[in-house]
Design a protein around this ligand. Structure first.
Ligand SMILES: Cc1ncc(COP(=O)(O)O)c(C=O)c1O
Length: 370
């Protein structure tokens, strides 16, 4: 196969490089008009009223939870099959993360959210945070109904799901949620180096998000400053936003490539008993940040990963369950969730990124099936 295929990687071209070079030649390299342009372009692309750019997806989760009013004594319900940041950001706010099991799509199972909510009715469940695992939207309609019953806010962790649709509506348009969070880490659909975004349609949340991103300081004239709440420096510089603006123009092509590769994997893996793709719901447009498969029960996954690595295939594990990390075991012990436990033991992500060729995909499948 020749070169090494990581599970994902950035796709940068000369236009991106020129856009960043031009930003660097500008007078203002942070807090300038490229930030507002990136936000406006992003909001327009996904059909949200407002977008707030921040330093990374974790910062986006943190200010979204804070804007929602999450405080000590509250809880959030999320999936354990996610990057730790989804739950960590709740702990930053002093809140307790609770975990519900997943279903065959890899996403949080709505009926298990109900169970967790019922069993924790003495905790104030302030937020339900579905993660659109791998780029496949969660069952947002059902989740938003449950959230209204619990008087909780839905905040979507869409760090995997830029460009995805749920029942015809774009993820990030916040049809079923108060806010949606994105990441622009290099492995994601578009990159700004590091970066993140929160979208919302609520003007009050929008104002809070802007304050929280920049020290809680309200700006009047350039010399007038009043800090009205405790915020952070989570700003995303113009240099990074220039890259984001340029990358966003290619989102449709990135999605097309990722979906083409996924369709090819689907076809090549039909009837393959060793590598089983996750179930995809019929009412979503999957944006394939990841292409996860389940290994046959009893397979030595470490051995599969090591052998693939030696053959130039960078498989990855998404994820070790959040509650199984040492920090969580010590501080937030949780009874095992059966489906999540099973998936976490058997799951691997196959390479998927725009530059991966059909030949590359075929080589990966035949190497892994050998
Ligand atoms: C589901 C999920 N949530 C949150 C994050 C955090 O994003 P970032 O790395 O930009 O801070 C990631 C990043 O990998 C993620 O995959």
């Amino acid at each position: 196969m020749g070169s090494f295929s990581p599970y994902s990687r950035q796709c940068i071209d000369d236009d991106d490089i020129s856009a960043v070079a031009q930003a660097l030649r500008g007078d203002i390299i942070t807090g300038g008009c490229l930030v507002s342009q990136f936000e406006a372009d992003f909001a327009a692309r996904i059909g949200a009223k407002y977008a707030v750019a921040v330093a990374n997806g974790t910062a986006a989760l943190h200010i979204a939870y804070m804007a929602a009013g999450l405080v000590k004594g509250d809880s959030i319900i999320t999936t354990p099959l996610t990057f730790a940041a989804t739950a960590n950001a709740a702990i930053y706010c002093g809140a307790k993360p609770l975990f519900a099991d997943i279903n065959s799509t890899g996403n949080i199972e709505p009926s298990d959210i109900c169970r967790v909510a019922k069993e924790n009715s003495n905790n104030n469940i302030a937020i339900i945070a579905p993660v659109h695992f791998g780029g496949q939207p969660s069952d947002l309609e059902r989740i938003s109904e449950i959230a209204s019953e619990c008087k909780a806010m839905v905040i979507e962790d869409a760090c995997h799901a830029l460009g995805a649709l749920y029942k015809g509506s774009l993820i990030g348009a916040c049809k079923y949620s108060a806010m949606t969070v994105f990441s622009f880490h290099p492995v994601k659909h578009i990159t700004t180096g590091e970066g993140g975004m929160v979208t919302t349609n609520d003007p009050h949340l929008y104002e809070r998000l802007k304050l929280l991103r920049s020290h809680g300081i309200k700006a009047g004239e350039s010399w007038q400053r009043d800090m009205v709440l405790l915020g952070y420096n989570y700003r995303l510089p113009d240099i990074n936003c220039a890259l984001g603006i340029s990358q966003l123009k290619k989102l449709d092509w990135f999605l097309e490539r990722r979906r083409h590769i996924a369709a090819l994997y689907d076809e090549l893996l039909k009837g393959n008993e060793c590598l089983q793709p996750l179930v995809v719901s019929s009412d979503v447009f999957h944006s394939y940040h990841l292409y996860p498969v389940l290994l046959r029960a009893g397979t030595d996954r470490d051995n599969v990963l090591k052998t693939a690595f030696r053959a130039g295939i960078g498989l990855q594990v998404h994820y070790s369950l959040v509650y199984n990390h040492s920090y969580y075991r010590e501080n937030y012990p949780q009874n095992p969730l059966p489906i999540a436990e099973d998936y976490a033991e058997r799951i691997v992500s196959l390479p998927i990124y725009p530059q991966l060729t059909d030949e590359g995909v075929k080589g990966i499948v035949s190497t892994l099936s050998a």
